[in-house]
Design a binder for this molecule. Structure first.
Ligand code: SF4
Length: 424
C-alpha cells in the first residue's frame, strides 16, 4: 500500500508523525492533507529519508538541484554540492545530471544525503538516445518508462515529469511565438522529439502507464513546467497556461489513481504576475502543492540570480506557493560550484521564511532576534540566525573594543545609548 493509500484510509504512518511534529500540527492534519491531495510527503520504499511535508498549512520547503553537465561531469563535485546543500538547510535535492554515468552519479548522490531526492527521468532517456543513436530525436518511447522505473528503484522520492506538453500546448506555443523560446531542458527535449517524429508526447498519451510505474514504487509525481518562460517578456502566456490546465486535469487523475502529486510553475515572471500565477495554479488544481521554479523577476542581473529568485520566491511563498527551487549566483553563467550552492540554499531559505511570515504568520524567530539585538546578546542572535556560522564569522573578524556593541557604530551604538539614558 502506498503512502496516499494509507492516508485515504485514515491510517497515520510514522512519517506523518515526524512531519507533524516538525511542523507543529497534528498527525491527523498531515494525514487529511495527503488524502485530499493538498499535502505530499515524498517517500521511497528503497531507502530511509528524512520525511518532509510539502503543501497547504506547512512551511515552505527549499529544493537544491545538483548534477553534471556535458562540460563538467565530476561525480565527486556533485556529491560535495549535495553535502553542502544539506548542511546549508535544503529540504530536498534534485539530481539532474546530463552527462557521465547516470546510474553511478545518482547512486552516489543518494548515498550522500538523508534528504528526499528528485530526478527528471526524461533527461537520461533523451541523452542515452543521443549517445546510442546519434540524436535526441531517436529516443524510443519505451525508454522513458524504463528509465523512470530504474530511477525509482534507486530510491528516488519524487520525479519531475513533463506530462502537460501535448500537441495543443505546442500549437499554442507556435501560434503565439516567443522572445526567448523555452528555458526548460525537459520542455525543449520533448518538444523537439514531438516535432521531429510528428508524435504525441508519450508521457501524456500513456499517462496511465506512467501512473502504474509511479504507484508501484510510491514515487511522488511533480508535474513539470516545460513551457515556462525563459524571459520575463514571455511570462504567463498561452502556452504556459495551456500546459498548466492539462497538468491540473492530469493531477486529479493521478490523485484518484493513488499517486501523490505536485504541480510545477514558472520560471521568469515579473513580480506583478506572481500572485496571479499562484492563485491560478491553486484554483485549477484543487490546491495541490505548488512547486515554484524560482521565479526570476528580472533578466538583467546575471551573477546575482540567487537574489533575483529570492525576491520572486518570497512573494510566491507569501501568496501560497509550497515548494521553491533554489537558484544560485551561477545561474545562466556556469555549472554551480559548492559555494554557489551554499549561497543559493541560504538565499532560498531566507525567501521561504519571508514568505512564511505572511503565509503562516511565522514570526517567532523574528521577535526573538529583535529582543536579542535590543539586549546586545550575540549568542542569542546567532541561535535564531538562518545562517549562524556566517553571522558569527563576520562578527569575529571585526570585533569591537567594547564587545557589547559592534564595529558598525561602536561607542555610539543606538541600543546602548537607549539603555543608558532611558528604558523602553
Ligand atoms: S553598534 Fe550599531 S549596528 Fe552594532 S548593534 Fe549597536 S546599533 Fe546595531
Amino acid at each position: 500500500m502506498t503512502l496516499i493509500d494509507h492516508a485515504k484510509q485514515g491510517i497515520i504512518t510514522d512519517e506523518m508523525k515526524v512531519v507533524a511534529s516538525a511542523e507543529g500540527v497534528t498527525p491527523e492534519f498531515i494525514c487529511r492533507g495527503i488524502a485530499n491531495g493538498q499535502i505530499v510527503l515524498p517517500v521511497s520504499p528503497y531507502r530511509d529519508t528524512k520525511p518532509i511535508g510539502i503543501g497547504k498549512g506547512l512551511k515552505t520547503k527549499v529544493n537544491a538541484s545538483v548534477g553534471t553537465s556535458s562540460d563538467i561531469a565530476d561525480v565527486d563535485l556533485e556529491v560535495a554540492k549535495t553535502k553542502v546543500a544539506e548542511a546549508a538547510g535544503a529540504d530536498s535535492i534534485m539530481e539532474l545530471s546530463t552527462a557521465g554515468d547516470f546510474y553511478e552519479i545518482r547512486r552516489k548522490v543518494i548515498q550522500a544525503t538523508s534528504l528526499s531526492v528528485g530526478s527528471v527521468p526524461l533527461y537520461q532517456a533523451f541523452i542515452e538516445a543521443a549517445r546510442n543513436s546519434g540524436s535526441i530525436v531517436d529516443m524510443r518511447e519505451d525508454d522513458l518508462f524504463r528509465v523512470t522505473e530504474e530511477q525509482a528503484k534507486l530510491g528516488t522520492n519524487f520525479m519531475a515529469i513533463h506530462t502537460g506538453i501535448n500537441w495543443v500546448t505546442l500549437e499554442r506555443l507556435k501560434a503565439q511565438g516567443r522572445h526567448a523560446g523555452l528555458c526548460s531542458r525537459g520542455g525543449a527535449l520533448m518538444s523537439a522529439w514531438m516535432a521531429h517524429n510528428e508524435k504525441e508526447n508519450p508521457l501524456f498519451s500513456e499517462f496511465e502507464y506512467l501512473l502504474e510505474i509511479l504507484k508501484r514504487h510510491d514515487v511522488t509525481l511533480s508535474m513539470g513546467n516545460g513551457m515556462r518562460a525563459g524571459a520575463v517578456h514571455d511570462s504567463t502566456d498561452r502556452a504556459q497556461i495551456q500546459e498548466l490546465i492539462i497538468n491540473a486535469e492530469l493531477s486529479d487523475k493521478a490523485h484518484d489513481f493513488g499517486v501523490q502529486t505536485i504541480v510545477e510553475g514558472p520560471g521568469h515572471i515579473p513580480i506583478d504576475e506572481i500572485q496571479a500565477n499562484v492563485v491560478l495554479q491553486k484554483r485549477l488544481t484543487g490546491e495541490k502543492p505548488f512547486y515554484m521554479l524560482g521565479p526570476l523577476v528580472t533578466d538583467v542581473a546575471p551573477g546575482y540570480d540567487n537574489i533575483v529568485a529570492a525576491i520572486g520566491a518570497a512573494l510566491s511563498s507569501s501568496y501560497g506557493a509550497d515548494f521553491i527551487c533554489y537558484v544560485t549566483p551561477a545561474e545562466h553563467l556556469a555549472l554551480p560550484y559548492p559555494e554557489d550552492v551554499r549561497l543559493g540554499v541560504v538565499s532560498a531559505r531566507i525567501a521561504a521564511h519571508v514568505g512564511d511570515m505572511i503565509k503562516l504568520g511565522d514570526r517567532d524567530d523574528d521577535l526573538k532576534m529583535g529582543e536579542a539585538r535590543n539586549e546586545l546578546d550575540w549568542a542569542k542572535q546567532f541561535k535564531v540566525a538562518l545562517d549562524p556560522q556566517t553571522a558569527a564569522q563576520v562578527r569575529k573578524e571585526r570585533m569591537p573594543s567594547d564587545t557589547n556593541t559592534c564595529t558598525m557604530c561602536g561607542e555610539f551604538c543606538a541600543y546602548k545609548i537607549v539603555k543608558q539614558y532611558f528604558e523602553l
